[in-house]
Design a protein around this ligand. Sequence first.
Ligand code: MRU
Length: 362
Amino acid sequence: MTEAMHKSAPAGSFRQPVNVRLAEDGLSVRILDQTQLPNRTVYLDLSLPEQQYEAIEKLRVRGAPAIGIFAAMAYAVAAARSKQAETAELLAELAQFSNYLNRSRPTAVNLSWALNRMHTFATDRQALSKSQLLRQIRQEAERIQQEDIAMCRAIAQFGLSLLHEGDTVLTHCNAGPLATSLYGTALGPVLLAKEKRLDLKVFADETRPLLQGARLTAYELQQAGVDVTLICDDMAGLVMKQGLIQACLVGCDRVAANGDAANKIGTSQVAVLANYYHIPFYVLGPGSTIDMNCPDGDHIVIEERSGEEIRSLYYQEPMAPQGIKFYNPAFDVTDHSLITAIVTEKGIIRPPFKQELARWFS
Ligand code: MRU
């Protein structure tokens, strides 16, 4: 599909994000609780730091860009709720808040990126009156969401230019609107194609253990009317061998300066399989996910989560013996040598990634 076709996209086709929103009075952030999907649509209003920390930690709000947007809005809420009259004390309190929230999950760089951006923004404006400062902090948080919408749209356009009408793509985890603002990253090209009435089909890996593929990707794509087929993670190799997949599209939580890309556990297996079957493997993500301070994948901290997620969560009864040892890393790193291209809002970046990422993002 060509770039020219993208330019004819209907204007104003954006809907409003539903996953993360700042309350009218600025005193809480409203999220769609992703742990309850697809069976229940539950919104939560989170005003306290402990609630916000828990929401990130428990994946009520999840997906690297959405975590960043949420953190920025939580920062604005903390500022609005602060009792400090003096700006210096307000900023000290916000620095403490940022450090606290930043510890909720380690792998997605968007969390620290958004908190740093908010705190630098506030510090640079400390000469303003408190009410002006609070207003601008709120605007900055909302700007991060608006920018994400524009970035996802651009990523979707670039991503779509890599595909052909009738293609079936395989995706892992959930990198759709729920994980971002609108469109998503890996699902962006698919949703944009739908908008343009172009035919693309999707195979979605269920994504053990937290089932983001089954619960969220299958749900979002079905809602959007996209032809989506759910498979277990261990079926990806077979569908590739059967010739059913023309491209793999995945999101990312942190891309190192050499192109190594951290994403949901299991992504690197998909990349190895895709490489074996000569299927292009694309990583899609906004510039805020590229961490030029991180030299390579070995420097990316991989979150480890509770064994209960493997043993019993989402089962009616535990599916492993009581007391079994567990290991539950939530992410893995796909070696840059397995990645065909990294698609960002700035364009399609191809190897050699170290040189190209430095050229685009230094
Ligand atoms: O643990 P999660 O559900 O937050 O992991 C999410 C992913 O790995 C996504 O693929 C990634 O954040 C990209 S979201 C556009």
